[in-house]
Design a protein around this ligand. Structure first.
Ligand SMILES: NC(=O)c1ccc[n+]([C@@H]2O[C@H](COP(=O)([O-])OP(=O)(O)OC[C@H]3O[C@@H](n4cnc5c(N)ncnc54)[C@H](OP(=O)(O)O)[C@@H]3O)[C@@H](O)[C@H]2O)c1
Length: 365
């Protein structure tokens, strides 16, 4: 399977503003690809909450200021169908790949992607074994963004088999990725890992290795403070990873988390509050701003008792290679909530927006 001809016309998801629907638009790309480029026929694209934040940010009046069509999607899997002359010995037609692109300008919800793997922007790409079936390749589109975010967040703390960790949002995609990495890669002991999740997700996190007595149900308590303080009686924690958005623990953080000197780290990926997925990134700003202020005061000015960070994902070839290595070793699996056909992309985003998806929502082409 390779591309022929002097150009290719293909479908790419576009939207103008959040009052207009998501539609596939025909776009063209000149062939052959440039010497530093590969063409990938997309098998599937994974959806992420950030896509919804971007979609809802483009209110019609915002779009008036920045008039153009926009795209969505950062995760992809697919098959290489043309290789530029400079990359002939690194990629081959027929290679199966998955990867991450950090910006909107690419938009992985498209039938084809044209990538420059030597650039930092497109370098987070992994070639998988040829034995991976097309059906399995669909699942790989669920790996990149959540894996990169999680591994980059966990790397801020010096974790070992003695570490004690709380994950707020254990059943989010970031959360179930963190549970697997902590237990299987960092060898954290199950008795030292606490998951905060909804009561409907207890068996889900327990199947990943969280102990029944170490699940705290956010929907059964007014605040996480007392249940986490109770758990801290067995020893203060080394890391709190917030993958949901919460601020319940700060009043008693010194009793819960090890101090700065003892390398206690609090990492949030969301901010102080659980966001509504169907909201603009601007609406989420106050929650992020509270985090940002804490980061400035606690870390940069040095006034806080612990290390505190608001992390954001970045592209990394090394980290995405680790995802595939752990996958092959059986130490990490991607959990898929649902797979939609490209014609059903609106329904797919509705599923993500429901905040009930347990696992990745994927669109296949
Ligand atoms: N900073 C970054 O670079 C970065 C990167 C990726 C994602 N994020 C953010 O991280 C968050 C999680 O993303 P994701 O893709 O992992 O999420 P996700 O997979 O869409 O999470 C869905 C899960 O959230 C759980 N949930 C709903 N309300 C909750 C609450 N109040 N507390 C804890 N869990 C709750 C639900 O399960 P239960 O209710 O059954 O537990 C549901 O299964 C999002 O806000 C996203 O925007 C940030």
């Amino acid at each position: 399977m390779s591309l022929e001809g002097t150009s290719i016309e293909y479908d790419k998801l576009t939207f103008k503003d959040n009052a207009s629907p998501l539609t596939f638009k025909k776009v063209t790309h000149k062939l052959p690809v440039s010497k530093d480029e590969i063409a990938v026929k997309v098998t599937a694209a994974g959806l992420n909450p950030v896509d919804l934040g971007i979609y809802y940010t483009f209110h019609p009046w915002v779009s008036c200021l920045f008039p153009s069509y926009r795209t969505l999607g950062r995760d992809y899997s697919g098959t290489v169908v043309q290789v530029g002359s400079d990359l002939q010995n690194q990629y081959y037609v027929g290679d199966k790949v998955f990867g991450y692109v950090p910006t909107l300008s690419t938009g992985t919800l498209a039938q084809y992607l044209f990538l420059k793997p030597k650039t930092k922007h497109d370098a987070s790409i992994v070639r998988v074994d040829s034995s991976v079936t097309d059906e399995k390749l669909v699942d790989f589109a669920g790996i990149p963004l959540v894996f990169l975010t999680t591994v980059q967040s966990l790397s801020v703390a010096p974790l070992s088999d003695k570490s004690r960790v709380v994950i707020i949002g254990g059943s989010t995609s970031l959360g179930w990725t963190a549970i697997q990495l902590l237990l299987n890669h960092y060898k954290v002991k199950p008795e030292n890992l606490v998951s905060v999740n909804g009561s409907r997700s207890n068996s889900f996190v327990q199947e990943l290795g969280v102990l029944q007595q170490n699940t705290i149900n956010y929907d059964q308590v007014d605040s996480l403070q007392n249940p986490v303080l109770e758990k801290a009686k067995d020893g203060k924690f080394d890391l709190i990873l917030d993958a949901a958005g919460n601020s319940d623990l700060f009043d008693h953080i010194k009793e819960i988390l090890k101090s700065k000197e003892e390398n206690g780290h609090y990492v949030t990926l969301v901010g102080d509050h659980k966001p509504v997925y169907a909201s603009s990134l601007l609406a989420r700003f106050p929650s992020s701003f509270a985090s940002f202020k804490r980061f400035i005061y606690w870390n940069l000015i040095g006034g806080g008792p612990i290390h505190y960070q608001f992390r954001n994902v970045h592209a990394s070839k090394k980290d995405i290679d680790l995802a595939y290595r752990l996958y092959k070793e059986g130490n990490y699996k991607v959990i898929v909530d649902s797979i939609y056909r490209s014609e059903e992309v609106t329904e797919a985003y509705k599923r993500l927006e429901s905040n009930q998806a347990r696992g990745k929502v994927i669109v296949k082409f």
